[in-house]
Structures are given as C-alpha cells and as structure tokens.
Design a binder for this molecule. Structure first.
Ligand code: COA
Length: 261
C-alpha cells in the first residue's frame, strides 16, 4: 500500500485522499493501484454509503498523472500498455462502483486528475479551482474511455475547445459547461461536501445504486442497453426492507433508517 493514497472511513462516508502535495497530487503508478484497491474495499463494505475523493495540501485536487514517471514507465509501447491498463483499471473501478462518488475539487484539476474527477458521479469545486486537459501540450492521446464521459457532460463543442486549446478553464467556465455540479468559496467547500455526502449516505442505498445503474445504461448506445437489468434493480427496490422502512418512517414522521436491503 502506498502512503500517497489516504483511505479513511468516517460514518457512512469513505474518503480517498490523493496525497502527493509536493507534486500537486500528481498520480503515480502506485497511486493508481492504491485508488483501485481503496474502491474495492469501499465497494465490499456495507457501512460505506458514499465515496469522496479529494486532494491533500490545498493547492490541487490533482495535476494529473505523475509526468516524472513517464520516461521510465510510459516511454515505450509495451510500458505504455502496462501503465495505461493500471490507470484504466482505476478509472473503470471508480466509474463502475455501485456507490455514489463525489470529487471534491480545490485547486488544480488537470489531465488525469480531471479524468479521475470525470469518473465520479458528482463534482463540487472551490471557486479558485481550474481545469484543463493538456494532452495536446504533451503529445499524448486521450482514449474513447476518457473522452466519452467528458463529451457526455460538456458536449462535443466544449470538449473540442478543452482538447484543442489545452488551456486552463476557471471554475465559472467549468460550471457553465456542465463540467462541475456546484461552485463554492474555498471556506465553504469542506462543510458543504460533508453535509452533501452525509445526506446521500442517509438515503436509501438500493434506490441510489438503481438510479446510478439506470443512468449508466441510458448513457450507452441503444443496442447495448441492458433494460432487464434496469427492471431488476427497480424490482429490488420495491421488494426491499428499506422500501417498507421508508413508508413507515414517512407515516411516523421520523427519519428513515435504511439498511441497504
Ligand atoms: N507530474 C509530476 N509532477 C508535477 C505534475 C505532474 N503532472 N504537476 C506538477 N508537478 C510538480 C512540478 O514539477 C513542481 O515540482 P518541483 O517543485 O519539483 O519543480 C510541483 O509539482 C509544483 O508545480 P509548479 O509547476 O511549480 O506549480 P505551478 O502552480 O507553477 O503550476 C501547473 C501548476 C499545474 C500549471 C503545472 O504544474 C503543470 O502544468 N503541471 C503539469 C500538468 C499536466 O500536464 N498534467 C497532465 C499530465 S497527463
């Protein structure tokens, strides 16, 4: 395990903190592996209801993949394949975990850092954050898997602008493009995300994971959509103890206590 990924459970919230602040939380090979492991751990822990990713040090969510490793670990075709497979596994796990994921962004959110945030369901940022995909400045390629969520969020015209210019966008521009859900002052960010995560953690897990899965199916090409899965996850909600609990809590004017079954 690397100490550059801090994994912490706090009530129903699982935190993954990128911890290489001296490099603006650039993500090293070990960190990609650590991120994937942390998500596996949270996935299998029923107590974790929501996952929050953030960066340590106050200057960055992440300034991307750790470029200082590229010569050694991404310098030949074979090495690129190994590196990209490991990085891809982290993205895939993050995108596919059935629990809701939030990227809490304070500062730079660049390249692989932005791609990581794009694998999350929600992005909440401080107003002094900035966003960029500088691939065209480095000469590297951004694949289908990385561009699909980007285009899905901001549309092809904004995606072209982000990729062709490789420039930095401020939080207001990112918000208006649909890249981020919410912008807050730096001072307000932590409390806001804590409350937000706690709210989600208190809601019915089966309803949330059903919504997440159906939204993912809607994002696929029509002939790839699994409509049976969509029906199954809804049936699971209606057949659950939590649905009984939700109804009872409403009638008794109390807060529901959901168990995820
Ligand atoms: N990989 C490795 N190290 C990185 C890094 C990355 N992606 N991004 C920043 N760092 C390091 C810098 O090399 C610097 O290290 P040093 O103090 O040993 O020189 C340190 O983090 C601080 O960065 P610095 O460039 O001094 O900060 P800045 O505020 O002037 O600029 C950025 C910030 C994000 C604009 C700039 O660091 C940058 O362009 N980083 C690369 C971003 C990128 O291309 N990411 C895509 C990777 S696929």
């Amino acid at each position: 395990m690397t100490d550059k990924i801090i994994v912490q459970k706090d009530g129903g919230v699982g935190h993954i903190r990128l911890n290489q602040p001296e490099k603006l939380n650039a993500i090293s090979y070990d960190m990609w592996q650590g991120m994937a492991r942390a998500i596996d751990d949270f996935e299998s822990d029923d107590a974790v209801r929501v996952i929050v990713l953030s960066g340590e040090g106050g200057r960055a969510f992440s300034a991307g993949a750790d470029i200082s490793q590229f010569e050694e670990q991404r310098g030949t075709a074979d090495a690129v394949e190994v590196y990209n497979a490991t990085m891809g596994r982290a993205y895939e796990k993050l995108a596919q975990v059935l629990k809701p994921t939030i990227a809490k962004i304070a500062g730079y959110c660049i390249g692989g850092g932005l791609a990581t945030a794009l694998c999350c369901d929600l992005r909440i940022a401080s107003d002094d954050s900035s966003f960029a995909i500088p691939a065209a400045k480095l000469g590297l390629g951004y694949g289908y898997g990385a561009l699909k969520p980007l285009v899905g969020l901001v549309g092809p015209a904004n995606a072209c602008e982000i990729l062709f210019t490789a420039r930095r966008f401020n939080a207001s521009e990112a918000y208006h493009m649909g890249l981020i859900n919410r912008v807050l002052s730096r001072d307000a960010l932590d409390d806001y995300v804590d409350d937000y995560a706690e709210t989600i953690a208190g809601n019915a897990p089966l309803t949330i994971s059903a919504s997440k899965q159906i939204i993912a199916e809607i994002g696929k090409d029509a002939d790839e959509r699994d409509l049976d899965l969509c029906q199954r996850v809804i049936d699971t909600c209606f057949g659950s103890e939590d649905y009984k609990e939700g109804r009872a809590a409403f009638m008794e004017k109390r807060k529901p206590n959901f168990q995820g079954r």
